[in-house]
Design a protein around this ligand. Structure first.
Ligand code: ADP
Length: 491
């Protein structure tokens, strides 16, 4: 994809910023998007690159995966907190996407990527990453047209181009896009952090100021040329007080630059017909392998097959994910003939409640606490159903992955779940089971419908075939991003 600037034609260049990038580091869905979107953009002819940071283990993981990681012999210096902070600049590439990795063990010291606290030392690594992206073009002699920031962690960049005494000189050189993956996380910090970062000129109502604190995401919403959300429904929902998380008024006022673009998944990585992390591959034409994956998963939980449907849940165990309505439903659903398997980490009380339930119903609930990529693949492949009763869901990738593996989602009608799952109602045309009200009873009803369908071979074959056939690849969404980049670069 080429664009015409200053009377010459050149390739559109986009730098994505993300503190997490699959498969090098991952806390959630953002990591998947941070690699898959640039990769789809490259396939469409865009020069898309990524800048990220070397949390503990990242460089080793890249080498273990066989990525060639080269030290550029360059140091990236950023003035922050009244000192100059330096990191080593590494470069690697995969599927045509160049990835720049910043190494500074004193700065990027947490394996978990996101901080529990919001003390200055917890926040500076994120501001550093944002400013480092602005230093990169001069250092490597490659100038992007667009900086594409993701969530609060990289939101200091658009603010810096607007209000930083040094970087704002470069405002006219670049366009900025910020994608909101989850408005629940805004990066609300003490204004002193903003002062140390040189962003104090943006500390006002139309900038970063937020009830006396500094809100990094708010700064970005004000300063970016375009804002995207990860599904069309979510872009509407966050304009309402319920899901606006205190920013709905601001977002409504910026509605002209807000675009809902549905996430896709990396269909090369998530592919039951060639996934190396599952025991036997399968496809729509040759579905037998799914039965073997199912057997292996049962063994993993030391269970015999008793013919009951296996309902899995993989994800962060937080209230957003609807655990509060799911937990009370479990005993009843077990009595009705369901079996559950959980893989996740999160709030300790949810972990504890799940482990207690598993102790109480050892034959019908299996719980693995932790982050485990290989087990996640086995569970997507080996389960019959996937439950995701989210309170809110900006897009959700897990339901898309489960559909790709022919594992039928049971979801609440919200955000991206509403945009991607069609109810298998009376017309037998859908590929999931949806309920609307955030209530245990409604969840139970949807699960009972799914069990009924599971028990009818004809019904189950139909829904399996509809699900595994769907295309949630990045191609279509990447084209929407390209349109957006073109619009902002040429206006
Ligand atoms: P969110 O970004 O809100 O966490 P998404 O559904 O968008 O939710 O993406 C979650 C991603 O993280 C999926 O790829 C899912 O498979 C993965 N994931 C979440 N928890 C775990 C876990 N405990 N182990 C392995 N993968 C996980």
């Amino acid at each position: 994809m080429e664009i015409s600037t200053n009377n010459h034609i050149e390739k559109l260049k986009v730098l994505h910023l993300s503190p997490e990038v699959t498969p090098l580091s991952k806390a959630g869905g953002l990591a998947d998007v941070a690699f898959a979107l640039p990769s789809a953009l490259v396939d469409s002819g865009i020069d898309a690159r990524i800048i990220t940071c070397a949390h503990p283990g990242v460089l080793d993981r890249a080498r273990d995966l066989g990525w060639k990681v080269n030290y550029t012999r360059r140091k990236l210096n950023v003035a922050l907190d009244w000192r100059v902070i330096s990191s080593k600049l590494w470069k690697t590439s995969r599927e045509g996407v160049t990835v720049y990795i910043l190494e500074n063990p004193d700065l990027f010291k947490y394996e978990n990527i996101y901080p529990e606290n919001f003390e200055p030392d917890d926040i500076f690594p994120f501001i550093y990453l944002s400013f480092a992206a602005l230093e990169l073009p001069e250092l490597i002699k490659w100038t992007p047209h667009v900086f594409h920031c993701h969530d609060w962690g990289t939101s200091a960049l658009p603010s810096a181009l607007e209000w930083h005494p040094y970087y704002r000189r470069e405002r006219t050189m670049y366009k900025t896009v910020t994608t909101i993956h989850n408005l629940a996380h805004q990066g609300i910090v003490n204004p002193e952090i903003i002062r140390s970062a040189g962003l104090m000129e943006g500390f006002h109502i139309d900038g970063l100021e937020f009830y006396g604190s500094a809100n990094l995401l708010k700064g970005s919403i004000n300063a970016s040329d375009a804002i995207t959300t990860v599904s069309p429904s979510y872009s509407r929902e966050i304009q309402e007080p319920g899901q606006g998380m205190g920013l709905d008024g601001l977002i409504r006022s910026k509605r002209d630059k807000i675009h809902g673009i549905l996430n896709g998944i990396d269909t090369n990585y998530w592919d039951p017909s060639k996934d190396p992390l599952i025991p036997v591959n399968y496809s729509k034409k040759d579905p037998e392998g799914k039965t073997i994956c199912r057997k292996e998963m049962l063994e993993c939980f030391h269970w015999e097959d008793n013919g009951k449907p296996l309902i899995c849940n993989i994800g962060r165990l937080y209230s957003q994910k609807g655990i509060d309505i799911l937990l009370p439903a479990i005993p009843k659903l077990i009595r009705e003939g369901a079996r559950f398997v959980f893989l996740g980490t999160g709030d300790q009380h949810y972990e504890k409640n799940l482990l207690e339930l598993a102790e109480h119903f050892p034959d019908n609930i299996g719980v693995k606490i932790g982050f485990n990529e290989p087990l996640a693949h086995l569970m997507y492949a080996g389960s019959d159903l996937f439950i995701m009763p989210s309170l809110f869901e900006p897009c959700g990738l897990s339901q898309l992955i489960s559909l790709r593996y022919g594992t039928i989602p049971i979801v609440r009608k919200t955000g991206g779940l509403e945009d991607t799952v069609r109810d298998f109602g009376r017309d037998y045309e859908g590929w999931g089971f949806i309920f609307e009200k955030y209530a245990t009873e409604d969840l139970v009803h949807a699960v009972l419908r799914s069990i009924e369908c599971y028990r009818s071979p004809e019904c189950w074959r139909k829904i399996f075939e509809s699900s595994i056939n769907l295309d949630f690849s990045w191609k279509r969404s990447a084209n929407e991003y390209i349109k957006l980049y073109n619009n902002i670069v040429t206006t």
